[in-house]
Design a protein around this ligand. Sequence first.
Ligand code: NAP
Length: 452
Amino acid sequence: MSKSLRVAIVGAGPAGIYAGNILHNQYPDVSIDLFDSLPAPYGLIRYGVAPDHPRIKGIVNSLHEMLGEGTIRFFGNVTFGRDLNLEDIREHYHAVIFATGAIKDAELDIPGVDLDGSFGAADFVSWFDGHPDVPRTWPLNAEQVAVLGNGNVALDVARMLAKHADDLLSTDIPENVYQGLKASPVTDVHVFGRRGPAQIKFTPIELRELGEINDVDIVVYEEDFPDGWFDEDAEGVTNQQKVMARVINSWREQPLTGASRRLHLHFWHKPAEIIGDAGKVAGMKFERTQLAEGGNVVGTGTMVNYPLQAVYRAIGYFGSALPEVPFDDKYGVIRNVAGRVVDEAGTDVAGVYATGWIKRGPVGLIGHTKSDALETVTNLVADVELLEDPAKPGQDQILETLAERGVEFTTWAGWLKLNQHEMDLGAAFTGVERERVKVVDREEQVSISNRD
Ligand code: NAP
């Protein structure tokens, strides 16, 4: 290996951390700076995974180890495009990897989508996960709620809406979220899929756990299960699909227990219109669908209405463009070929790479970002000799640049302080064992991280 590399990674979620770790393993003579616009690391795990999913949140432990090794420097509270631009990055680094994920909601183009009470799932997830940049209060005043979509985000949203707040107390939910959920009058959460029960995009563990929620009955509707709706022996049927079909069938046979809340699973419902009254959500109209060639669906022309006071759209995430970085508006990703960023003409943008959801779109589980990072990093390492030397390669020079601009950045040492502080808050809680209580406010996070 012929030269010492300086690489910046933008985005300290799993995609960015895996990329840094793999890069260090593949090319040990590298110094890596990892930037995030948030004061704390871990991106989607801290701000996207539902609080009652400690198994997934547990991935933090291995990411923590990777950052704790000291081979990657963390700089939080630094926003690309505001505190640092592409020119600054080129001045200080040989290359940059963007791993900024996808945090916006995909758009749903139906009448009524802008009514009061129509929410994007991504915004709600950010709220219940204590993201510092969303409002602290959430209008949880609906008794009947719709969740649109048949992916795992729809299940997260439906579960969080249906669960009793006290059953979430042992998680890391912030106090404002607990209080908000505690006051919710919800009785019925309706999850709507536009295709059938055999075309769901859930995963088995996430589906099964719906049936384990305290004081919540699962309701399914016989008309949604045409004869032969699931053929275990059909070509291409996976074990996951078989397990999920069995779980759903068990709910068809299960009598209701009289729980105080219900979670309804509806299939073959294509969103047609959110119905309003005085500017607020009052219901929703769907067109019933049926299966067509290739697993897609067509409308049957039969319309059905439901009275509802809130609608959550969980129909997928969408990436956000970054200043000066080529972006594909149709798919919501940075333009790239196998992680190498390219311009509209398909020409490589030297030294610029992408990984994770902003590279391939918002699909796949956290583990998938590892193989994704491997591809990007392998290509970066193959390009090493082509990468231009930066004018300011010193490790301290980036600190000087940030200081000159008055950027109040956080560091790994700062995160250790904030992490301890959150765990102390959890330990101080009486009545329920809590591992941590999240600090939400950005300024407070920065000040705890940067105190002596
Ligand atoms: P997803 O898995 O792609 O599901 C999106 C859902 O929205 C699909 O059911 C899709 O239906 C539906 N949809 C899309 N456009 C629609 C429209 N116009 N009208 C009605 N329905 C529409 O996306 P996601 O739920 O956002 O999840 C993203 C990724 O994160 C997935 O890989 C997911 O597994 C992962 N994740 C995992 C967990 C976990 O706990 N393990 C939690 C959250 C997220 P069609 O299938 O018909 O297109």
